[in-house]
Design a protein around this ligand. Structure first.
Ligand code: BJW
Ligand code: ZN
Length: 240
């Protein structure tokens, strides 16, 4: 921890890539955590795919409505708050998240780069028209229909096999190329292209600190690994 603090103190340009682990202590289940209850028998990688939605739109809709309710009830944790403070202390701090929740924003982070979209935003799967969620949609067994074309409405998240928003990916790549310290927090490092950002940062000369209770495929390229929950490690790193 002392070496990591020193590295942070010396850094002029700091960026951070977060994954589901940063929201775990807020009670939002991580993506690859065993699913519980009704959802235990479904593969999340199948549900979060265009094929899964085409095969059973109602099932996918209900999964997202339940997760949206969970996100809305959740509160930012000490990890989110520490990252928001970092944004105030380091001018030019860039926060890149794979998370579809809004807990970084609610903690006070401005200009969050969302690589995988937002669970509270919706659009038509056929024509792309933006859709505003209605109260009754939350209890519906099927997705609502688009007023423009009758297509099925879906959450504005990035599913497997779909491209990431080009502006978000470009901003994230720019941030990791121009930082001299990248924090990699609470991600399994399994999903590309997000998982390639730490290697891009290293190639451009940045240092990397990983914060995760478990080692993973990104651990070998980290200069320092802080093994513990981000809600504890990030405030310690910041000295708060
Ligand atoms: C804690 C903690 C605590 C626990 N504190 N930590 C190159 C190579 C191989 C494959 C590909 C490739 N390029 C593209 C692909 C295909 C695919 C891919 O990567 N597949 C892999 C699985 C192999 N990628 C794509 O399809 C992407 N699209 C794309 O590249 O388009 C072009 C293209 C298409 C097709 C072929 C080639 C190119 C799109 C990826 C979209 C990902 N979408 C999801 C769903 C979003 C919506 C939703 O939420 O439902 O995004 S999948 C899911 O994984 C979600 C997450 O953002 C993402 C990453 O997960 P994350 O955040 O790392 O969470 P977990 O659960 O995996 O890990 C949690 C971590 O937290 C763990 O490490 C814990 O230890 C830790 N933790 N408690 C700190 N308290
Ligand atoms: Zn439409």
């Amino acid at each position: 921890m002392d070496a990591a603090r020193e590295m942070l103190r010396e850094a002029a340009a700091v960026a951070c890539l977060t994954g589901a682990g940063v929201s775990a202590e807020s009670g939002v289940p991580t993506f690859r955590e065993a699913q519980t209850g009704l959802w235990a028998r479904f593969d999340p990688e199948r549900l979060a795919s265009p094929q899964g939605f085409a095969a059973d739109p109602g099932l996918v809709w209900r999964w997202y409505m339940e997760r949206l309710t969970g996100v809305e009830k959740a509160l930012p944790n000490r990890g989110h708050l520490a990252l928001a403070q970092m944004g105030q202390r380091w001018p030019g701090f860039r926060l890149i998240t794979q998370n579809v929740d809004d807990l970084h924003e609610r903690a006070g982070c401005a200009d969050v780069i969302h690589l995988h979209g937002r669970i509270a935003h919706f659009h038509c799967n056929r024509c792309g028209t933006v859709y505003r969620l209605q109260a009754e949609d939350r209890r519906a067994s099927q997705p609502p229909r688009c007023a423009a074309c009758g297509g099925a409405v879906r959450p504005s998240v990035v599913w497997f096999g779909e491209g990431l928003p080009t502006d978000a990916l470009a901003a994230a790549t720019d941030a990791v190329i121009h930082c001299d310290l990248l924090l990699v927090v609470g991600t399994s490092g399994l999903v590309y292209p997000a998982a390639g950002l730490p290697a891009t940062a290293k190639r451009a000369g940045s240092r990397v600190i990983e914060i995760n209770p478990e080692p993973g495929p990104l651990s070998p390229l980290a200069d320092i690994c802080l093994r513990g929950p981000s809600g504890e490690m990030l405030p310690q790193l910041l000295g708060t």
